[in-house]
Design a binder for this molecule. Structure first.
Ligand code: PGA
Length: 250
């Protein structure tokens, strides 16, 4: 059985005060969350603070990116060891905003994935198509290509302990959520593609949906056979909404 995961991607939002308040709110509601694995991914500067606040609770911490190199002259980057040192267990990798706005290629994303794994950080590996790609019928090809870059570098077994987040770019931050059927179709395609290479890995890998998931649509999305949870942006910034999504898995 795959454990449902609900991960909050806070993106570039928050302050010392708001982070403290948000963590207190999530912590308070955690008693009612018994099934989902709960992860929060704050901006890097707040990771130590958030890890401290998560202490003594089941809340896990992740970063929003990770350097593909292990140490040295890489100004502005943060290594896997540093993330581990400050309490991260997970790292979001290849988010569409990184790909579209900061030029991260499939190859660089795969290298970041590799760096996470070799240093004991679990990747939350993001893939997904743009609206233009969906409308031209190449959704599966795009997801396939993005996954293939990781498989080429690390082998399909590398996906076994990782998490894939399918996030259609047109649904991110737009309020335009994929229908449960649209999402399930792509999730089933992804799992099927992996199964063709290794059935055991396909059975175990968790595939999250991301893109305008909220308390109103979470239950139906997470209820789909191949949707194992969510990567939540906007709705993860309010403890009440985030917790409601966590509870959709109960
Ligand atoms: P959203 O973002 O929930 O605000 O659409 C999801 C994400 O970018 O991970």
């Amino acid at each position: 059985m795959r454990q449902v995961m609900v991960a909050g991607n806070w993106k570039m939002n928050g302050s010392s005060d708001s982070v403290k308040e948000l963590m207190a709110g999530i912590k308070e509601g955690m008693a009612a969350v018994t099934k989902a694995e709960v992860v929060v991914c704050p901006p890097a500067v707040y990771i130590p603070r958030v890890s401290g606040a998560a202490d003594g609770s089941a809340i896990k911490v992740g970063s929003q990116n990770i350097c593909d190199e292990d140490k040295g002259a890489f100004t502005g980057e943060i290594s896997a060891d540093m993330l581990k040192d400050t309490g991260c267990e997970y790292a979001i990798i290849g988010h569409s905003e990184r790909r579209a706005l900061y030029g991260e290629t499939d190859e660089l994303v795969a290298k970041r994935f590799a760096a996470a794994r070799r240093n004991g950080i679990k990747p939350i590996f993001c893939i997904g198509e743009t609206l233009e790609e969906r409308e031209s019928g190449v959704t599966n090809d795009v997801c396939s290509r993005q996954i293939d870059a990781v498989i080429a570098l690390e082998g399909v077994e590398a996906l076994a302990d990782g998490v894939i987040a399918y996030e259609p770019v047109w649904a991110i931050g737009t309020g335009k959520v994929a229908t449960p059927e649209q999402a399930q179709d792509v999730h089933a395609f992804i799992r099927g593609k992996i199964a063709a290479l290794n059935a055991e890995v396909a059975e175990g890998v968790r595939i999250l949906y991301g893109g305008s998931m909220n308390p109103g649509n979470a239950k139906e999305l997470i209820g789909q056979a191949d949707i194992d949870g969510g990567l939540i942006g906007g709705a993860s910034l309010k403890a009440e909404d985030f917790l409601a999504i966590c509870q959709a898995a109960e």
